[in-house]
Design a protein around this ligand. Structure first.
Ligand code: ADE
Length: 264
């Protein structure tokens, strides 16, 4: 996965991608992340890359020309680039889009706007994809681009040591994850569920599946309608609904009717 990030704040981005799994993925050569300072492509000797908005109003707008120059400096045909503008107006970023980016053979380019946004002619000429990471407004596109890079990089083959952990995590299969525990087995009086210490692999697998279903039933019952459920899943869900009804916990799970759900 080859990424280029155009930003006014290169240090903010460079630091974030140097840690943990994304940092190691770059060290292994599985992911390349180049960060470009838009100011360096300014025609202006003061390296100004933004200006006031035509028509008036508060806030600054990123100028088009420095962005066009930065794109030209990548030295690639437009058809070899997949250009993304993070924006609250964009399509919503999902696990499906993360997977798609992780398989992309073109160079991925994020243009990170700040302040009031980017001169519209960048969009007219480059026709980027606009992608939102949620219905709220951030001060700039850097954090959004980092979210997308992080989510996509971990799906690149070889980046995460155990492929099973990527396959099983929330949203790869549209179920939420099961709870995880680590040592010591009792923390401030809270013990680990006994089954996890039993060494019985079949029982651990069934417990994890049930707890993933319970999490999904309680927190995101809408996902259960899309999940391909086995007969065992439906039995587990029937137990879960009785258990939570008895405990009077987890109101949202009532949105899912396990009796009318179909099996895979
Ligand atoms: N830039 C500002 N807000 C954003 C959002 N919600 N998603 C993506 N980019 C943004």
């Amino acid at each position: 996965m080859q990424c280029d990030l155009l930003t006014l704040f290169p240090d903010m981005v460079k630091s974030a991608v140097s840690y943990s799994i994304v940092g190691r993925a770059q060290a292994k050569g599985l992911v390349t992340i180049r960060v470009h300072n838009i100011r360096e492509f300014s025609e202006d000797r003061h390296r100004v890359a933004d200006d006031t908005s035509y028509g008036g109003g508060a806030g600054m707008v990123l100028k088009a020309e420095p962005i066009f120059r930065a794109i030209d400096a990548l030295g690639q045909e437009r058809s070899c680039l997949r250009i993304i503008v993070p924006s609250p107006q964009g399509v919503t970023f999902t696990q499906r889009l993360a997977r798609d980016l992780s398989h992309e053979s073109r160079r991925l380019v994020w243009i990170c706007g700040h302040y009031e946004g980017i001169d519209e002619r960048v969009k007219s000429r480059l026709e980027p994809e606009e992608v939102s990471i949620g219905d709220y407004v951030l001060t700039g596109g850097e954090l959004s681009a980092l979210v997308m890079i992080d989510a996509a990089a971990r799906l690149v083959a070889g980046v995460v040591g155990d492929p099973a952990s990527v396959e099983q995590d929330s949203f790869s299969v549209p179920l939420l994850d099961f709870p995880h525990y680590t040592k010591p087995h009792t923390v401030r009086g809270y013990p680990v569920p006994a089954v996890l210490l039993s060494g019985n692999h079949a029982a651990v697998r069934r417990w994890r599946r049930k707890e993933a279903l319970r999490n999904t039933y309680c927190k995101r019952p809408d996902l259960l309608r899309e999940a391909s459920l086995t007969r065992e899943d439906l039995e587990l869900l029937s137990d879960i609904s009785q258990e939570v009804n008895k405990e009077h916990r987890c109101v949202r799970g009532e949105d899912f009717n396990h009796e009318s759900a179909s099996t895979a």
